[in-house]
Design a protein around this ligand. Structure first.
Ligand SMILES: C[S@@+](CC[C@H](N)C(=O)[O-])C[C@H]1O[C@@H](n2cnc3c(N)ncnc32)[C@H](O)[C@@H]1O
Length: 388
């Protein structure tokens, strides 16, 4: 697994912690590459024929497939190991981050008060954290993205940064910026002449994807928002330590404090599936309000599966990993929601962004694949719709 590139906020595991983290990474890679494909095989060879024999028909949708698969021993085995590997991932990181927490907080304070800061950080302790973050720990991350346990906490950021390589076997790359690179590539291919001067990244977490936008468009002022204070503190210090100018603020993407028509480009990277039914239309309406006429919205999302079996596999995250909203997203017509949010009919689509694969993924023999992008272009003549 390719290690993360060093930066000023990265925790350093000791020998035994490193060994445990490497083990969990290998376990997850083994599960994904060797055990998960067997789930499709048992479905085809065992579960589907049994279903057909009993019901005289095929399963109607992913929910019927799930109910049938949950009775199968191989599926139970994979599912239990997958869940345990997720718990182990957080457990394997806790000792390192707890031991180094005091030191990391003082490094954050150093960056945040430095006279030479390139960017900025604005926190809002009065911001109400949406219930979709407080009701459960999303993907079992202890405390989610938002919980502060001590003053100037950065633990949620350190956890997210160091968990990503374990979670995805290093696929996000040494700067955890695969999603940012994928969406920047998409923009460059689809609109080579589009040169945004003000960019907003919604749901930025540790600014891992925001960073790519600042580097690719050095003339642009890049803002990045999130509801979580600890991830934002970490993001700010991380970006400063890497010499990248980013302006972070603690805001809810459903209703921000930015002026109408104040951005050329509004992006997000795998944020929508961690929101809610009520929040999603509000976020799209806010994206529309924030764009200047001719401005562009690009929300990159995790695929939801091409057929009912793939959709059932993606749903695993909802039923077993506290990604509560993601299954609902499978049935949402995103371009239709974008139209309701004010984007013109002809300027909304669900497109595909070719994933910018790392050398490791290519060496590992992975096929090229793409992720969905919700595209909306603000009409030239339109007048911004103000929030009610
Ligand atoms: C899966 S993480 C993605 C982080 C990052 N964009 C990346 O590329 O890895 C989703 C992020 O969206 C944030 N988020 C979810 N709902 C939000 C909202 N309503 N407003 C702002 N941020 C939100 C979460 O706090 C979390 O940091």
């Amino acid at each position: 697994m390719e290690p993360l590139s060093p930066h000023g906020m990265l925790p350093s595991p000791d020998h035994d912690e490193h060994a445990l983290q490497a083990f969990v990474g290998s376990l997850r890679k083994h599960l994904a590459s060797r055990i998960a494909p067997g789930v499709a095989t048992v479905y085809q060879r065992r579960v589907l024929p049994r279903f057909r024999a009993r019901q005289q028909r095929d399963p109607a949708d992913r929910h019927e497939i799930r109910r049938a698969m949950e009775q199968d021993g191989y599926y139970m085995f994979w599912s239990a190991l997958q869940r345990r590997s997720q718990e182990l991932m957080w457990e394997s990181l806790a000792d390192t981050i707890e031991r180094e927490h005091g030191e990391l907080v003082s490094r954050y304070r150093g960056f945040a008060t430095s006279e030479d800061r390139l960017g900025s950080l604005t926190l809002d302790p009065s911001l109400e954290i949406p219930r979709y973050h407080t009701a459960v720990d999303i993907h079992l991350q202890p405390g989610g993205y938002h919980s502060d346990f001590v003053a100037d906490d950065i633990a949620a950021g350190a956890l997210y940064d160091t968990a990503l390589p374990i979670y995805l076997s290093g696929a996000m790359g040494p700067e955890n910026d695969l999603l940012g690179r994928t969406l920047v590539d998409y923009l460059r291919r689809s609109r080579p002449d589009f040169r945004p001067l003000r960019i907003l990244d919604m749901g930025c977490a540790i600014g891992n994807s925001s960073l790519t936008w600042a580097r690719m468009f050095p003339e642009a002022e890049v803002h990045a928002i999130d509801v979580g204070a600890p991830v934002l503190r970490y993001a700010h210090a991380r970006a400063e330590s890497m010499g990248v100018a980013l302006h972070f603020s603690q805001q809810n993407a459903e209703a921000t404090t930015f002026e109408d028509a104040s951005f050329d480009l509004v992006v997000s990277h795998i944020m929508l599936h961690e929101t809610s039914r009520r929040a999603l239309p509000r976020i799209l309406a806010e994206s529309h309000r924030l764009l200047r006429p001719g401005g562009l919205m690009l929300h990159l999302e995790i695929p939801r599966g091409g057929d009912a079996f793939e959709q059932f596999m993606y749903d695993w995250e909802t039923y077993n990993n506290n990604e509560t909203f993601s299954s609902y997203l499978t049935d949402v017509d995103l371009p239709q929601l974008a139209r309701q949010a004010g984007f013109p009919e002809h300027a909304c689509s669900l497109d595909k962004a070719l994933v910018a694969m790392t050398a490791e993924q290519k060496n590992y023999g992975q096929q090229e694949f793409s992720w969905p992008v919700l595209v909306g272009e603000r009409d030239e003549a339109g007048v911004s719709r103000r929030r009610a």
